[in-house]
Design a protein around this ligand. Sequence first.
Ligand code: DAH
Length: 340
Amino acid sequence: MKEKIEKLLQEAAEIHAEKMEQLEELRIKFMGRKGILQEMFQDFKNVPAEQKREVGVLLNQLKDKLQERLESLKQSLESEELPSDKTNDLTIPVRFDELGSRHPLSIVRSQICDIFSRIGYTVAEGPEIEDDWHLFSALNFAPDHPARDMQDTFFIETAPDILLRTHTSSVQIRMMEHTKPPIRMIFPGRVYRNEVISARAHCQFHQVEGLYIDKKVSFADLKQSLLYFTKEMFGSETKIRLRPSYFPFTEPSAEMDISCNICGGVGCNICKGSGWVEILGCGMVDPNVLSNCGIDPDEYSGFAFGMGIERIAMLKYQTNDIRLYFENDVRFLREFEAAL
Ligand code: DAH
């Protein structure tokens, strides 16, 4: 009996099967109700009492070994069989994998880029981690400007000069430092602000910055370019109005409203009854900013503008909670499948 078990133990280690059916045959042969193992357990009754302990241990070893071997063969056949069967059979119809959809912010960003590229703007990007010079100082922010406050800006504790950019205006500086005018560019990108997250505000969002520098660029050029953008983005009926405002890096500065695309200007809760909604800030690049970047303000002038992509998306798709754009709930994202 001992010898028989030892021989079977060796055999168990060498069991091999090419196909599932073969494996099943082996299982029945060794472990089936009338199989070899069962037979051995029957014979065990006849083993003399003084050998029972030793033979019993061996018999259990054999059982474990067989189980283990058959299981591992099963697993490797399962993992091999499906793909090899499928790749070998070229007549099996192709399974069309479900496609995802583009994120609404990506859709709106590329629409904005397309609209401006049609009037000669090129697209560039800058770093999200910035230094004080590019984010504030070169943009003419006074040393005590509130935007430099920790309450608005994320600073990196160990390096006070390094910050997460709060706006894409920093990319204007990077471009002007390295490019000779004429410059006609837009800069899309992510920005960060130390804000409490709510339906209307988030600690991260996206902006597109625009910059146009050349000889004799005027405020009329700015207005015309933004009117063109608005009509392309929100429809040809849409009107714009510019309200005087203040930004350290533009002079004069303005904020631009568009006629409310939801009520058509009559007044609704989105435009708070005014018929107008604000979509961007803009202005003529301050001569100090040009000088900071090595561009002669007596020779060149230009305009800049900056808009929030979420804001444009919320107006375009009539969504009223900015958090939807960051939660990535597929039920929300699937609504944009048609816009692919
Ligand atoms: N950087 C401003 C902001 O984040 C937006 C802005 C306003 C950009 C006026 C400009 C501009 O280029 O001219 O609120």
